[in-house]
Design a protein around this ligand. Structure first.
Ligand SMILES: [Zn+2]
Ligand SMILES: [Zn+2]
Length: 146
């Protein structure tokens, strides 16, 4: 992994502080990695990458940092892709399309929330806080390799 430049590091530290988190080196490094990632990495992926710059970070620390980022709203945990939880730097509502061949998770805008709310038959009095949608299948690159 590339170490974040001083300017990026400062900006990430400020964001962490804005979200009520102390800007430890581990948090800055992992938030930076997440922001640069396009793959919705698992904690183990992130641990492997962060070790290149910070050889002493334990896997447990990576999980703790991720928990704190998720709790602070700076990251989200995706648990509906099957297999281990994956992480992403955006916490705004969006859907996923999951390719079962290459495992890639595509981000999609959450445009169906309204219609879904309107057509769902929910238990009486149930307050919806969040809608999770994952489309499963094969992406264009994998469609021909069954
Ligand atoms: Zn694919
Ligand atoms: Zn996503």
């Amino acid at each position: 992994m590339q170490m974040p430049g001083a300017q990026v590091e400062e900006q990430l530290a400020a964001e962490l502080a804005d979200h009520g988190l102390r800007a430890t080196r581990q948090r800055v490094a992992i938030l930076n990695l997440l922001r640069r990632s396009t793959t919705h990495p698992t904690a183990i992926d992130l641990h492997r990458q962060v070790l290149e710059a910070y050889p002493n970070i334990s896997r447990k620390t990576v999980y703790e940092v991720l928990d704190s980022l998720v709790a602070a709203g700076l990251a989200a945990r995706v648990t509906d892709a099957g297999e281990p939880a994956r992480y992403e730097p955006r916490a705004d509502p969006h859907y996923h399309a999951h390719c079962r061949i290459c495992g890639r998770l595509y981000d999609l805008p959450a445009t169906a929330d309204g219609p879904l709310r309107g057509s769902a038959t929910l238990p009486e009095g149930f307050a919806v806080e969040h809608i999770t949608v994952t489309f499963r299948g094969r992406c264009a690159r994998c469609r021909d390799n069954i």
